[in-house]
Design a protein around this ligand. Structure first.
Ligand SMILES: Nc1ncnc2c1ncn2[C@@H]1O[C@H](COP(=O)(O)OP(=O)(O)O)[C@@H](O)[C@H]1O
Ligand SMILES: [Mg+2]
Length: 269
């Protein structure tokens, strides 16, 4: 059967499946335990009335693993924002509202915590020195634990909009943690998402300025809604940027991240 590709991300290709479902086909790098984690977290979110497509079942095709989900007839927020820049403020505000909704739910599952995610990311990191690793581990040890639902990858490509309704997808990184860490990760992604292609230098600078402004607006809005203080994010930035290094960035982006990390290290360690 010829299938229609409707989306793709870092871990998968997504195909239409019948009229009402999609199949998320994971890449070879994603093993069964991670797929099960995404399925379980999606189910938890769905059953607790978070706006998310229903996960139906895990399926196997030759040697690839997939999840069958309810299909959302809509577009990712990133695409909507790019086609309608005047709506960006409203979109960011809606996103903040959604993230606050997630972060307001309690979650107790010691197996997946924000601190464990950061510890693992430091351990597997090939970009920092042994001494830096040791210092980073000590730093992470002292961070607060938190017991709320964190999405772990909350950004405009992981939110779909259909007829004015918003759906959160891609729960593989879901975990227990402090909202400030989850928001700091979103801030980092909004600010640093890599600009693809070969835009002219000054266009890239301009885009960076816009990204930075959007990230600021986002944090301000989240803080307004939730009562969180902006400086609660500060302690999370350094380990989050170091963890970001593991996410298959281009050489140029790696260099840029390293510069930011050195600066943050000077302030924190
Ligand atoms: N339930 C769904 N309904 C419709 N489109 C979807 C659905 N899930 C994913 N998609 C599409 O596939 C893309 C990638 O899905 P995502 O779960 O974010 O995968 P990845 O883990 O690879 O980032 C999304 O941005 C969206 O365009
Ligand atoms: Mg995604």
């Amino acid at each position: 059967m010829e299938r229609k590709l409707i989306g793709a991300g870092r871990t998968s290709e997504v195909y239409e499946y019948g009229d009402d479902c999609i199949l998320k086909l994971f890449t070879d790098e994603i093993k069964l335990d991670m797929v099960k984690k995404e399925y379980d977290f999606s189910r938890f979110a769905y059953e607790n009335d978070l706006p998310t497509p229903e996960p139906k079942e895990i399926m196997y095709e030759k040697d690839r693993i997939e999840i069958l989900y309810e299909k959302i007839n809509g577009e990712p927020l990133l695409k909507i924002a790019m086609m309608n820049v005047l709506a960006i403020k409203k979109i960011l505000s809606k996103m903040a509202e959604l993230q606050y909704k997630i972060n307001s739910m309690e979650y107790d599952n010691g197996a997946y915590t924000f601190k464990k995610y950061l510890e693992r990311a430091i351990e597997e990191n090939i970009f920092i020195t042994g001494i830096e690793k040791k210092n980073m581990k000590e730093y992470i040890n002292k961070l607060p634990g938190g017991n709320k639902v964190c999405h772990g990858d909350f950004h405009p490509e992981n939110i779909l909009c259909s007829n004015g309704k918003y759906y959160i997808i891609d729960w593989m990184t879901g975990m227990q943690g402090p909202p400030a860490a989850d928001v700091a990760r979103t801030e980092m992604i909004l600010k640093n998402a890599e600009i693809p292609g070969r835009a002219m230098f000054f266009i890239k600078i301009l885009i960076r300025i816009v990204q930075s402004k959007m990230a600021k607006m986002y944090v301000k809005e989240y803080c307004r809604i939730s009562g969180m203080k902006k400086n609660e994010l500060d302690i999370w930035r350094l380990p989050l940027y170091v963890a970001r290094l593991n996410e298959k960035n281009s050489k140029k982006e790696e260099e840029r991240l390293m510069k930011i990390i050195r600066k943050l290290e000077n302030q924190a360690l």
